[in-house]
Design a protein around this ligand. Structure first.
Ligand SMILES: Cc1cc2nc3c(=O)[nH]c(=O)nc-3n(C[C@H](O)[C@H](O)[C@H](O)COP(=O)(O)OP(=O)(O)OC[C@H]3O[C@@H](n4cnc5c(N)ncnc54)[C@H](O)[C@@H]3O)c2cc1C
Length: 372
């Protein structure tokens, strides 16, 4: 009998496992893939996360970016050196996610990869977690099985405020000249953006669309975007994947279980940043489960409240800005991006030096006054 079974070994699950093990709890991580596993992702990580760990992330960081270059329809560029306290980290997700899990293992967490969870049953005071390789028992569960996971459904969460978005990513091996520059393109995809994030040995190029609307040929768009960097993406493997954007306050706990990471729909609806909030929720989930194991009957409810107030409240502002920006993107680009302060603010939000609540009022005013 484990104190906690964590389903999913992404940033949310790995973080929860690290902190719960460190608190002396017995933890089992179940992961359906063999680690290290690939995850479609740009791999842009906020350095803000460093404060939540007591180990050094250097071995898991591919390169660091201190410059953002934005374009509109692959022209009209603006390039800005970020005045942030730390550059943005660019990681390979197979390396980064596995690194966190390895730190958790050093603290005593057990990992069973290649072990897909296929169902769960509550047995009066604990969970039985059924996998393709037999069943396991845990007093508590953290469901950290990502955007396509089924744990939330099995745990009985219904009518969820889930806003699904879609993205397509290609990994292009290449010699990278400027490993410190992040590229963002706003004019070739509706309701989203395209990105080119450097790594030490190539690029992660992708397109994401976050607000629904008419179907778009993301494959055609990504191929065109790749050509602007002299990359032939049609010969690279391309991966389509869902994103679960924050879509309002939610209950994230149930009997002896919580949802964390993208299973809890924590992704920023403006930028699609998901790693930092997944790690944040994994951290808070570990604290809640530790307190619940210690007898605090309000611990899991407090977890839902914490995520709603400490992350969700700011995401409500992000959603308002996104609603206006992506509805009128050419204006958004002109008044929000094509000024040196625009990418500077983006950088500061990503690195945690600013919150949307600090800047949304002014951004909304600018966007609406230009539209009216
Ligand atoms: C194309 C794309 C680009 C992105 N770029 C960025 C970016 O640059 N920066 C950023 O911050 N965010 C980005 N994101 C979002 C980010 O990738 C996610 O928000 C983040 O991975 C969520 O972490 P997680 O731990 O919740 O879930 P995941 O990382 O998805 O991990 C969930 C794990 O659960 C496992 N699992 C699922 N079902 C089961 C099961 N039944 N049994 C056992 N294991 C199971 C999966 O195999 C997986 O390993 C991007 C997303 C996409 C799709």
């Amino acid at each position: 009998m484990y104190d906690c079974i964590i389903v999913g070994a992404g940033p949310a699950g790995g973080t929860a496992a690290y902190h719960l093990s460190k608190l002396g709890r017995s933890v089992l991580i179940l992961e359906k893939e063999a680690l290290p596993r690939y995850k479609p992702c740009g791999g842009g990580v906020s350095p803000f996360i460093a404060q939540w760990f007591d180990f050094d992330f250097s071995p898991a960081i591919s390169v660091k970016a201190d410059t953002i270059r934005c374009t509109w329809k692959m022209g009209d560029a603006i390039e800005v050196s970020l005045e942030t306290s730390e550059p943005v980290w660019l990681v390979r997700r197979n390396v980064f996610d596995h690194f966190i899990v390895q730190q958790a293992q050093k603290q005593g967490a057990e990992l069973r990869d290649n072990t897909e969870v296929i169902g769960i049953e509550f047995k009066s005071d604990h969970w039985q977690v059924n996998t393709k390789n037999g069943f396991f028992q845990g007093r508590y569960i953290i469901a950290a099985d990502g955007a396509s996971g089924r744990m939330a459904k099995w745990l009985g969460f219904k009518d969820r405020l889930r806003r699904l978005a879609g993205a397509l990513e290609a990994e292009a091996p290449a010699k990278v000249d400027r490993t410190n520059v992040i590229d963002l393109e706003f004019g070739i995809v509706r309701n989203g953006y395209a990105w080119n994030f450097p790594k030490a040995d190539g690029y992660s190029i992708g397109v994401g669309t976050f607000m629904g609307g008419k179907a778009q040929n993301l494959k055609k768009i990504i191929d065109e975007y790749g050509k602007s960097f002299n990359l032939n993406l049609s010969t690279c493997q391309q991966y389509a994947y869902a994103l679960c954007l924050w879509n309002g306050e939610q209950t994230l706990h149930t009997t002896n279980a919580v949802l964390a990471g993208e299973a809890a729909c924590v992704v920023d609806p403006m930028t699609a940043e998901g790693i930092r909030p997944s790690i944040f929720s994994g951290l808070k989930a570990s604290v809640a489960i530790d307190e619940a194991l210690g007898g605090n009957i309000n611990a899991l409810e407090n977890y839902s409240n914490t995520i709603n107030t400490e992350w969700g409240a700011d995401m409500a502002w992000a959603a308002k800005v996104a609603g206006l920006f992506y509805r009128f993107p050419s204006i958004g680009y002109k008044v929000g991006v094509k000024r040196p302060s625009g990418p500077q603010i983006m950088g500061k939000i990503l690195t945690g030096q600013l919150r949307y609540s600090d800047v949304a009022g002014r951004a909304i005013q600018r966007l609406t006054s230009f539209n009216s």
